[in-house]
Design a protein around this ligand. Sequence first.
Ligand code: SF4
Ligand code: SF4
Length: 175
Amino acid sequence: MPAFRHRAHINRLFDLCVSVTEEEPPPDAADNVHDAADIASPSPLASAICAVCRGTCCHLGGEHAFLDPAAIRGFMARSGGIVDPLEVVYAYAARLPRWGVEEGCVYQAETGCTLPRWMRAAICNAYRCQGLRKAEAVIDEMGTGRFFVVVRKDNRIRRSAFVDGEGIRHYPAEP
Ligand code: SF4
Ligand code: SF4
């Protein structure tokens, strides 16, 4: 991960934390601190589908990682007393991966997001692309336990895999 990307994120995060501590929280701020249900992990099958995709939606995270005032207020509320902007920045900076994904989010590593769910922006925990929403509907309605996942980009198939309770089987097998 190039150092300039870390620096860009840290500078932005510091400004964000300072503005959060200096401004009066909006009246509905407490309602916007997403609760445990919002930060629950997707099902193992849905997680496996995202793993085959390798976080395409995270590519939009860039150097901002979607962190906003609500995410910072949520972090402060759940951290057990961290409210100093420098300490907040330190907590996040400590999670920045050394090896990242080219043109991905600064927290996107080969194994997925390096932020625990409770430190992420609400959209990071809630977002489901159309393909994942369809798969989750099929899981809920039909109890399907296996899928064949095809990842496309620029109208070309980039990779594909079988996913089920046993894990991920790439087809064709990856080297
Ligand atoms: S939500 Fe969709 S785009 Fe995002 S990682 Fe999962 S499958 Fe990929
Ligand atoms: S913070 Fe994590 S979940 Fe959110 S965009 Fe970045 S890598 Fe993806």
